[in-house]
Structures are given as structure tokens and as C-alpha cells.
Design a protein around this ligand. Structure first.
Ligand SMILES: *Cc1c(COP(=O)(O)O)cnc(C)c1O
Length: 370
């Protein structure tokens, strides 16, 4: 690939020395589970996210699962989720025995439509799980207002949007308990699986620490049927290094997105990302839309440009969720998004020349279409 979809070349070079030193410290400490690195990372991430507490968890999916578990959501409870999301958001609800209730996104921002949330609320609804998809914050003031009026919990899925904000307040600091992922390709990525929960409630924080560690607060004494869902000490050491760079890398992502915005305006039927008033976008992904998506993707691949589709098959059409009894046509906006979106290369360190090259290839594709 001439221009890969994602590359760690620049960022890895930038931090290699610090990473090696952090590894040595971790290795020499001879403490490999729930040690100082996890504690320090939790404090640093809580500060970054402007949340009172952060609890390191094994990965993003486990983090979302534990959020729902701690809030007491279980069988018979409905949880409102965007229809246009990654499957993990639904899986978390299924793990606690709850029922995911899907709501269409706005076609402009791809994020959940607040009007649809109101309409989906029933006597069984217990929580709303907004997903800040592709890196753009949902319209959190409206969502929090709906939650307050109906007495619902809010669990943000902040896996794609670390550092994004709505009206100046950071995503991951609105909800009761919020999950995030440090999967390597996320804006803050570990060198393996990792995740966290952020919360402002000390009670939830205590319970999360207990549940992630076999249901135990005191070694060998178990008060609940817990899990082994701890953040690795090694990953915490790596994340402590990378967190220092997150704001710089986010600014780079936003600059690259700005270059794409100017270079791609007015080409064919291309739809570019739209940021809602009050929202910020940290461009985990730069997602464009066209009716000729599959042809464009093939064309770009032949030119050595890597792209991905987030996501080709929406959750309601996945075999795993056939028991919900939903069919094609039930969520037309979500389905249209799945048929037309394409994520193009974006990673910190990408140069304006790379962006121009991608834009030139896209332009020449639409010229051959005429
Ligand atoms: C990545 C992701 C997750 C899951 O995170 P993992 O760390 O891979 O388990 C959940 N929700 C969304 C929206 C994601 O992008």
C-alpha cells in the first residue's frame, strides 16, 4: 500500500524511546498485575477526561459490560442504542440480559437522533447508550435532558472519541458510567487490548474495582460473582506514555480532516463529514459517503490507497441479532449509511502531500464516472 488506511510509523518513532524505558521500568518492577502503572494511568486518564474516577478494564467491550452491570441493568430491561454502531455496544447489553432497542441516527452526523430516543422510551427503558461515532460527540445536552426527565441512566460509549466535547464538556464525563477502548487503532491505543470506565460516582467506582477483580476487594474474600477484567499493568505503562501525546495527535487528526474537507469539496456525489453545532470531532475516522462506494473502494485499492467500511452490515441485520426479529428496511437511514460510507486514510503523522494524493485519486475516479 502506498498510503495505508492506518500507519503507526510516525507515532511509534516519536515515542519509541519512552516506550522502551517504560517497558524496562515495568519489567524490573516485577509487579505485573494491578500495580503502580494501572493506578497512575487511572489518575492520569481521569484528569484528562475531567471525570472524578477512572477504572482500568481489560478492553472496551468489557468496560461497557461492567458499566451496565454496576448500574443494575438486567433481564427485562431495555437499553436505547443507536442502530448505527459497532456490534460491541449491543453485545454489552446482551451480556447483562437486557434488550437493545435501536434508534436511527441523523444522516448528517451519523450519531443517534434525540427525537428517536424519546419515541423509543417505554416503561421498561432503563438506560440510553449514546455512541460518539467516528469521533464526533453526540448532542449530549438533549440526551442528558431526556434521561433526566425520564429517570434513565446514561452510559456513553466513548471508544472512538477520547477528547471530544459537547459545548465544552468532554465525552465520557456526561453519563453515570462510561466505557472507552484503548484498542490499538483507537485515538488512544494500547499495544494490545485495553479499556476503561470513567464515572463521577465513588460508589460505582468501588463496585467496578471489585467486579473487575473476581468480585473481591480484599484478597481471597469475594462479595460478588465478579470477573477477571483488569487492565494489564503492561498496557497501563504503555498508555501512560501515549496519553501525553493524545492532545497533539488529536490536533493532527483535526488538521488532516481540514485538509480533506478543502480537497474533497464539490466532487461528484461525495458527502463529507458534518459537525453538529456545539459538538467537536476528534476524527477517529474520516468517513465520506457516495453511491459508488464499492467501485471507489476498488479503484483506490488499485492505486495503493487503503480504505475500510465502518460498518458494512448494521447490527440489526447481523445473524447474532436475528432473534430481535428485525429485517432489512426497518432502519433505512442506518442501512443507507452502511451501503454508502467509506473511511479513508487518516493517522497522526500523515502529510498534506498524502492527503492531496488521496484527493487526486478520488477526483480522478469521479472523472472516469462521468
Ligand atoms: C472499539 C469499540 C468498542 C469495543 O472496544 P474493544 O476494546 O475492541 O473491546 C466498543 N464500541 C465502539 C463504538 C468501538 O469502536
Amino acid at each position: 500500500m502506498k498510503i495505508p488506511f492506518l500507519s503507526f510509523d510516525t507515532t511509534n518513532r516519536e515515542i519509541k524511546k519512552e516506550i522502551t524505558e517504560a517497558f524496562d521500568r515495568f519489567f524490573d518492577s516485577q509487579w505485573y498485575i494491578l500495580g503502580e502503572q494501572v493506578g497512575q494511568f487511572e489518575q492520569a486518564y481521569a484528569r484528562f477526561n475531567n471525570a472524578d474516577h477512572c477504572v482500568g478494564i481489560s478492553n472496551g467491550l468489557d468496560a461497557l459490560h461492567l458499566c451496565l452491570r454496576v448500574l443494575g441493568i438486567g433481564p427485562g430491561d431495555e437499553v436505547i442504542i443507536p442502530a448505527n454502531t459497532y456490534i460491541a455496544t449491543l453485545l454489552a447489553v446482551s451480556y447483562v440480559g437486557g434488550t437493545p432497542v435501536l434508534v436511527e441516527p441523523k444522516i448528517g452526523t451519523y450519531n443517534i437522533d434525540s427525537a428517536g430516543i424519546e419515541a423509543a422510551i417505554t416503561a421498561k427503558t432503563k438506560a440510553i447508550m449514546p455512541v460518539h461515532l467516528y469521533g464526533q460527540s453526540c448532542e449530549m445536552e438533549e440526551i442528558m435532558d431526556i434521561a433526566t426527565r425520564h429517570g434513565l441512566f446514561v452510559v456513553e460509549d466513548n471508544a472512538q472519541a477520547q477528547g471530544a466535547a459537547f459545548n465544552g464538556k468532554l465525552t465520557g464525563s456526561f453519563g453515570d458510567c462510561n466505557g472507552t477502548s484503548f484498542y490499538p487503532g483507537k485515538n488512544l491505543g494500547a499495544l494490545g487490548d485495553a479499556g476503561a470506565v470513567t464515572t463521577n460516582d465513588p460508589g460505582y467506582c468501588d463496585k467496578l474495582r471489585m467486579l473487575r477483580n473476581y468480585g473481591s476487594k480484599k484478597k481471597y474474600y469475594n462479595e460478588a460473582i465478579g470477573y477477571n477484567m483488569r487492565l494489564d499493568e503492561l498496557q497501563a505503562a504503555m498508555l501512560l506514555v501515549k496519553l501525553k501525546y493524545l492532545e497533539k495527535w488529536t490536533r493532527e487528526r483535526q488538521q488532516i480532516a481540514g485538509w480533506y474537507d478543502s480537497a474533497l469539496r464539490g466532487i461528484g456525489d461525495l458527502v463529507l463529514p458534518v459537525v453538529a453545532p456545539g459538538a467537536t470531532h476528534v476524527y477517529h475516522l474520516y468517513v465520506i459517503r457516495t453511491k459508488s462506494r464499492d467501485q471507489l473502494q476498488d479503484f483506490l485499492a488499485k492505486q495503493g490507497i487503503g480504505t475500510l467500511i465502518h460498518y458494512p452490515l448494521p447490527p440489526h441485520l447481523q445473524e447474532a441479532y436475528s432473534h430481535l426479529g428485525l429485517k432489512k428496511g426497518d432502519f433505512p437511514i442506518t442501512e443507507e449509511i452502511a451501503e454508502t460510507v467509506l473511511s479513508i486514510p487518516l493517522w497522526p503523522g500523515m502529510q498534506q502531500g498524502n492527503v492531496e494524493e488521496v484527493a487526486t485519486a478520488i477526483r480522478s475516479f469521479f472523472n472516469t464516472q462521468k
